[in-house]
Design a protein around this ligand. Sequence first.
Ligand code: PLP
Length: 420
Amino acid sequence: MSTPTLFADLHAAHDWLAGHGLLPPERRSETLPTPHVRLLSGRTVVSFCSNNYLGLNHRAEVKAAAAQALHEHTHATSESRRLGGNLGLLEELESELAEFKKQPSALITATGLLANIAAVHGVLDAGELARRWYGSPAPDARPVVVYDELCHRSIQMGARQSSAERLRFRHNDAEHLADRLAAYKGRAILVVTEGVFSMDGDLADLPRLVEVCDAHGAVLMVDDAHGTGVYGADGSGTASHFGLVGRVPLQVATLSKAFGGMGGAVLGDERTIAMLRTFSSGYRFTSSLPAEQAAATIAALRILRSEPGIRDTLWANVRRLRSGLARLGLHPPGDGPIVPIHMGTPQAAAMFEELMLDTGYWCVAVTPPAVSPETCRIRLTVSAMHDQEQIDGLLERINDISPKIPAFAEIANKQTELGT
Ligand SMILES: Cc1ncc(COP(=O)(O)O)c(C=O)c1O
């Protein structure tokens, strides 16, 4: 039997990519970063690629909470919340998260990706779905969703799944957003941004975005996956960092980054959250978060709130890494733990990763479709788990290998010129 056309096309694309060195291997390890990682080869390297900003999943209290919940409830709920997977622990986590994020209400999803899908498609479509299924009142005009062009894929998925009219605005450009919104006066509008951009590490211009949304009667949603637990005097995220608590009506947090767990949360007013519970597919049509994850996140959240010193360590490490890079002529965007170094091509980024790994440091190359081909980069992430020696060692190795990367000098110069 001949190969079906779909597979023939797919396999041809595969062979072309492999031939051009564009299918880098997913590296396997025997352990997770502490930040040390033991690779399958048995060699131990220091990881600078984890989003586990505070290392909370390595804390004894967190592991004990997870173990106890696992023992009591097993490792899976096997049901969505509505069909019986609604453990009390999940509601406990929701109320602690809502209090931490200073939002009236929260719902938890099994991953952060699902939280964004549930939030975006849910707020855009729940009214119309309620009309379709129950005949409740809903406006005739299609809603509109406008998102930052660098928003995470899950936000785009939520927008695509919805019935809304979709638009993008230029990255972090509130004036461009205002121009976009001017054409939609009187319509139901959702504006979405990330609090901290996951691949670029820069902060959203929340003060201006809040102003623009308020002026146009739009709802602002912030995906605070990388801000929650990291930014703000209390660690509650970018709204707190900018003094905008109470001004960002819809937020998403992942449990997989600063909390060191798995899962996501949507935070908003009570009626909105209740509508999402009923009509949102990222919540309603998938199994609920396993008990041990909920118990672990509750324990992690309590540590995060009671031990602000962990975040002080994180920020001291961020400053050490960023000032060291500046001495090497590199000025990555942002001011936080996500530190991108632009390499220009996928091949240069892959070469950097390979050379660094040879010297004992794991720094991951980010390539399409996560970023566009000409903005391939090394994405360093620093955490509270690193010590000064590891950061200084990383900087030395970057300095050592940079002459071997053809594009490197040019990149360093360009970043200095742009002051980025
Ligand atoms: C900005 C942003 N939102 C959402 C997600 C999805 O989170 P999770 O990995 O918990 O599904 C990620 C993670 O990649 C992210 O970076």
